[in-house]
Design a protein around this ligand. Structure first.
Ligand code: GUN
Length: 299
């Protein structure tokens, strides 16, 4: 083929932000400034960078952001106390706990403690259940961002075979739940593959739309992709570039061997600049949705 569309998350998220900004202004006119809380445990550079980006975007949109930074050795009990404070806060309408958490903390205990009405990540079992039955309050940010990339790039999903590589709670599983629903940008036939899948490339080669979220560079090579497929790369991996012009430097790559795969596709999302900007955009949208719910409950 050789001619492919580059699916640019920066451009597509820019189409969505005006609506979010308008909704923030509407809320402010009614006396509510939407507030996003973030709990960051430890000092993992990737998590810190992620939280910084969220704070910056909130500021741009007029959303209040409140970040609670806790040390790596924080107890589960203390973390639950902070979750409870956000649950009760009238200034924070939605909040999240940046993952991953240290090993001594049980992630499920923390997620279970979030008020589902403030769960802008859509990780609480009640919200996961709502997503599965097709009655969600929030959509999980990264899968919702992928769906928006498809819809706004005019990629048809109805009856298409969507193959998802990766079964995480953050991407793979909710991505499947979204694409199998009835409706626009969904109605797909979905296959979920993972690290124990046999003959992975036989399955990925059947994909009309291949969504990859495993967190390992070069997982998808050109021989694993059908001619004319759409490829969405959710991976963010930092690789060192010792062999390039800047020894010792590193750069971000996805899970897809982009340079070799791109010419086989009809459309492909790059890393960076593909799914990443959409995730943050969908998180901002969820924060506004949470604040709109709070306003409705107040009246
Ligand atoms: N870590 C990586 N992705 C995510 C996400 O979507 N939400 C949270 N809370 N942590 C993450």
């Amino acid at each position: 083929m050789g001619t492919y569309t580059l699916i640019k998350g920066n451009e597509i998220s820019a189409e969505i932000y005006p609506d979010i900004k308008k909704r923030v202004l509407n809320l402010k006119a009614k006396g509510i400034t939407p507030g996003l809380g973030v709990i960051l445990v430890g000092d993992d550079p990737a998590s810190k960078a992620c939280v910084k980006m969220k704070e910056r975007k909130c500021k741009e949109l007029g959303i209040e952001s409140v970040t609670v930074k806790l040390p790596m050795n924080v107890t589960e009990e203390y973390l639950l106390q902070k979750v409870d404070e956000f649950n009760k806060s009238t200034l924070v309408h939605g909040f999240l706990i940046q993952l991953p958490l240290p090993e001594h903390i049980n992630e499920n205990h923390i997620i279970d403690a979030i008020d589902p009405k403030k769960d802008v990540d859509c990780f609480h079992p009640e919200n996961v259940g709502r997503l599965f039955v097709g009655n969600p309050i929030f959509l999980p940010a990264t899968p919702a961002g992928v769906q928006q990339l498809l819809v706004r790039s005019n990629i048809k999903t109805t009856g298409k075979h969507v193959v998802i590589v990766g079964r995480s709670n953050i991407v793979g599983k909710p991505m499947a739940a979204i694409m199998m629903q009835k409706g626009i940008g969904a109605d797909s036939t979905v296959t979920v593959t993972h690290s124990k899948t046999k003959n992975l490339s036989d399955i990925t080669r059947q994909a009309d739309i291949l969504i990859v979220a495993v967190g390992k560079a070069h997982t998808i090579t050109a021989d694993m992709v059908k001619e004319g497929a759409t490829v969405i790369d959710v991976g963010i991996n930092r690789v060192s570039d010792n062999d390039l012009a800047y020894p010792g430097c590193s750069r971000l790559v996805g899970d897809v061997d982009f340079d070799n795969v791109k010419d086989k596709t009809s459309a492909i999302s790059p890393v960076p600049g593909g799914v990443g900007p959409m995730t943050i955009c969908m998180l901002m949208r969820n924060t506004v949705i949470a604040a709109e719910h709070a306003l409705r409950n107040q009246i």
